[in-house]
Design a protein around this ligand. Structure first.
Ligand SMILES: [Mn+2]
Length: 268
């Protein structure tokens, strides 16, 4: 059995999982159709779907994964699919399906009504996530993970679209996407998801990774906006406090390490 690795593909908001000769590429939060929602507010941005597709196809060419995992929020409108999504989503997914052996979707909160947009050959899993090679648990993060994910070594999530806010004394402010790497209270999570049997499964904290959104136009939750503990973060795991966000390590998209979240100067 080969050793496995989880490799953020800096500067891309994409993760490569490797075991032996096998590779899986993970992409989250595409929010296709987001531009159309903005145009209803009078802001017109050309469709970004082709740009996203070319970028992902480039990653597939470079890393040759046999599995592509879409970690939720492929599309933008929540409960339905709008006109642009009817056109863009099937074409986009079909192009991906033709370029990699297997494509799975772990649905996010924005993927309601996506079924009719899915070309054949794309597998849709439950919101409680999937387990890969007994090592990785993957879920979007708007729902609790399935109990089997808690026996993995690394829990990989999205949903938060994590960012850092950098401001200078003049009040200029930029917002950058980040990766967050931290730990979760494994026992606490087991209790929440209803697996209480003592002495069963792995011990110690569960390592967690929160991925940046692949769609680089989106807003997200800033890791240093307000004091930690004061801001309501999204998703049951973060809201439960079982993941210690302040103790988490923060990395920019290019891999620059910014330190622990609790050490970042307030950016609001
Ligand atoms: Mn999202």
């Amino acid at each position: 059995m080969g050793r496995s690795k989880a490799i953020p593909l800096f500067p891309h908001p994409a993760l490569l999982l490797e075991k032996g000769g096998e590779r899986a590429l993970v992409i989250a939060d595409l929010h296709i159709g987001w531009e159309m929602a903005l145009s209803e507010q009078g802001i017109h941005i050309p469709s970004q779907t082709r740009r996203f597709l070319e970028r992902i196809l480039g990653l597939i060419r470079d890393h040759e994964p046999s599995l592509l995992i879409l970690l939720g929020d492929v599309k933008h409108t929540i409960a339905k699919a709008d006109m642009a999504e009817w056109r863009d989503v099937p074409e986009f997914l079909d192009a991906l399906r033709r370029s990699v052996r297997e494509v799975v979707l772990v649905p996010g909160n924005h993927d309601g009504g996506i079924d009719p947009l899915l070309p054949s050959g794309i597998k849709v899993l439950g919101a409680s996530g999937m387990r890969l090679w007994d090592r990785y648990g993957l879920l979007h993060g708007h729902a609790w993970p399935g109990p089997e994910l808690l026996e993995c070594d690394l829990l990989i999530m999205a949903h938060m679209h994590p960012t850092v806010t950098l401001s200078d004394p003049l009040g200029f402010r930029i917002i950058q996407q980040v990766w967050i790497r931290g730990r979760c209270d494994r026992g606490g999570l087991r209790e929440r998801v209803g697996r209480r049997k003592a002495g069963v499964g792995k011990r110690g904290d569960l390592d967690c990774l929160i991925m940046p959104s692949f769609n680089d136009f989106l807003g997200g939750q800033s890791i240093n906006r307000g004091d930690l503990g004061e801001v309501e973060y999204i998703g049951p795991i973060l809201r439960s406090g079982l993941m210690e966000l302040g103790e988490s390590d923060v990395y920019m998209l290019d891999g620059t390490y910014l330190g622990k979240a609790k050490g970042l100067i307030r950016g609001d």
